[in-house]
Design a protein around this ligand. Sequence first.
Ligand code: HPA
Length: 272
Amino acid sequence: MQQLREATAYLQNTLQDFRPEAGIILGTGLGALANEIEVQHRFSYADIPHFPVSTVESHAGELLAGTLAGKRVLVMHGRFHFYEGYSMPQVVFPVRVMKLLGIRNLLVSNAAGGLHPDYDYADLMLLEDHINLQPTNPLVGKNLDELGPRFPDMLEPYDLRLLALAQEAARDLDLSQYMRRGVYASLPGPMLETPAEYRYLRTIGADAVGMSTVPEVIAAVHMGLPVLAVSVITDLCAPGKLKKVNIADILRTAAVAEPRLTALIKAVLAKL
Ligand code: HPA
């Protein structure tokens, strides 16, 4: 809690009367949204006290404060993954800091493998629910009572109002043909899954699989922070559609979906 306060105070000192309304986390290959922000302040993660530093090449390591679609936003350009060797409290540290800085909604994106047989490359899946298959979660350990309760309820991990706004925004933008809603399974990675693991994930009810998001969502729900999360389907993992993927393929597909994701996020922000 002390570290969270120090990081918050450091940022607040520069932000002054900039009051962020929403936080945004940009996933792998989905950083272009950052170019659309009217940036007022830019922080390198390395300069923020106690912030972890991103090690993934496709992720920048910057926190941006600025305006997007008329809303004041904090944007994490680069996120932290458990597979990089961070502890879960480190992975969610920035989310907690953004909440302490005053954000009232959190919008999260990620690149994910599609398990549902109908999903196609570059589809956008709104998360309705998730399955946490990470080996641990950020709430393990002494509860930070200032942030939230010991036993947070998880019946509605993804905010229904934000989901409705996203659906509405997708209709306005004529993106409905790319939109899906489903269950995201979060695994530690960094290796992708075996064919048997994909079949298992499908059997237990997952529509998409990735290596992020759920820790941040758990931390947000703990703090009572409403979350919208969107997966960009970057590869297909349904039986019969499986083929070898590499990070370059994933980034290429993410680039195709990126303008749709950017438009969707801006439209949701405008409706907040
Ligand atoms: N698994 C499979 N495919 C993926 C993943 C994953 O974790 N992330 C992006 N595409």
